[in-house]
Design a protein around this ligand. Sequence first.
Ligand code: SF4
Length: 694
Amino acid sequence: KPYRVWETHKVRTTCPHCATGCQFDLVVKDNKIVDCLAADGPSNKGLLCVKGRSGSFDFVHADDRIKYPLIKNKKTGEFERASWDEALDLVASKFMEIKKQYGSDSLAGFACSRSPNEDIYMVQKMVRTCFGTNNTDNCARVCHSASVAGLAMTLGSGAMTNPIGDITKDVDAILLVGSNPEEAHPVVGMQIRQAVAKGAKLIVVDPRDIDLSKKATIHLKLKPGTNVAFANGIMHILIRDGLVDEKFIKERTEGYEELAEIVKEYTPEKVAKECHIDADDLVKAAHIYAEADKAPIIYCLGVTEHSQGTEGVMSMSNIAMLCGKLGKSGCGVNPLRGQNNVQGACDMGAQPTDFPGYQKVANPDVIKKFEDAWGVKLPTEVGIHATDVFPAAIEGKIKGLYIYGEDPVVTDADTTHIIKALKSLDFFVVQELFMTETAQLADVILPGMSYAEKEGTFSNTERRVQRVRKAVDLTKNPEFDIRLDTDIIIDLMNRMGYPQKHMTAAEIMDEVASLTPSFAGISHERLDSEEVAGQGLQWPCTSKEHPGTPIMHVDRFSRGLGWLYPTTYKPSKELPDEEYPTILMTGRILYHYTTRAMTGRTPGLMEIEGKSFIEINEQDAARIGIKNGERIKVSSRRGSVETTARVGDKVSPGETWMPFHFPDGNCNWLTNAALDPICRIPEYKVCAVKLEKI
Ligand code: SF4
């Protein structure tokens, strides 16, 4: 160890990477984090993955942190150091000028899904009170907005129904759809592996071979983009073979007749042909799921990131409702959310449609409540989604944009159109830790603080609100002239004419609780108390006495009756053709987290995986004369990248897969920004490409 234990102290906090919400202790020596040790948290039970263990602190102390405000010199195009007063005055005055000239809806502001709830709450409050628009969003738009919309429509609440421990312990079967938890949510993956070792049957539904598919009873290696056909096929079998829970359907749901009529035509044979799977395996999978007493559905971006993503999510709800597997231990519909606090970003109202706690902008009573509390007239029109902000910027409708901690140039589909949109803006501000590809295009960069430098809370994928605690104070370092992110926002609000008093993170959470029924019982004081004992609180938590809600929808769905949503399968928007004959899917790998802004600053992780690659089936590789490890050009209608071929049989012939973490050969130059009509998520998981040997 690079330290003596007695020279250090530990700070218990929450992992800043994926939404599993693992608890760990940052080990601090002389105001520097020197280690990270697993704690016995409710979702990780003493486990950590490689990202959490070794990728959670190097970035905090990285030399290339943005250390002071920067303003771009218009003549030279170079960033120049500015004082806080200069930078904040410029930002506030520019946004107010644009508002005056073009109206409130010409402005938009995105919150950071990696930042604490308290920061996010203040960003959406600034956008609503100062910009005067509901054009606020967060990166859930490009990962799980389909879950938020789809689960809310069918069940009444857009969140995971059961806790991680509940769906991985003593279950009889697991239906894992479009999810590779051993790479994306590794501590959940470990717990699924343990469940399988104890006898749970695992059904993997994924177009790729993942490590868990080797442990699966059945792997349905379906054609990318055919989730709804698969789900309708499962429902056809459930109804045909008398596997449905008739009592549950009668008492707890609506829409059965219409659904049954639609799935009638999805016979196993027809679905097998469409999905490129075996009809008998589909029948077996339906029986395993339905006949198991405890069987959760766990899913991820393989379901959501499609032009039919919301209906894919609703199909997961349908399957669970038909079998009565909701509101029960060991069951439910369970999206594994991506970023550490993407659940919280949605909960805190960084959405164009919702105030905190999913209180609707469209509801006049909600508007009145927030107007009374915030003392200002609020916009009543629903805002535009993040993925619609970019085309609106190109069209000249969005003139000013504030991005806190997101890097859409790397993460969003069709990089060319994102760059064009950001360059079209009159004024663009980024609040960031590092000079990301997006930050480089900003007019002003405001340096933020990392999770290890502030107090707050994250909400993990299972709706568990847990504490984030300050471990180090980099303002003691004379090189740094940085501020708390909430102080930056509050200073801006005051400069834009809204009298916002400075508040601690605990005070901000008290304000959230006072306005948000599902958070009414949550406070820092309570989270730190012996009563909660480091277990966090799972919302809905409706009073100071409420213990939180581990399992949702027990006696009734949040919307009353569950809605069995009928839908037909629609193919992906861009299918392979003669010119672009191969399907490209995108995804994540174990060693990195989104744009690598954090994990990319840990040398050990970069040594293991530091460059982009593409997985190609051996038959396709032979056809174009590519060997494993050779360089390859991949092109779509939107752009081309060069990368390294990994040849094998993880993907089927005619299909490829790339991770999205790497700036060299970033797959998002290729991906298609075709949007789901309901939630506006792009179709990252299917686009057409051609492969050429370099
Ligand atoms: Fe962090 Fe997720 Fe790994 Fe847990 S599983 S240590 S939350 S990255």
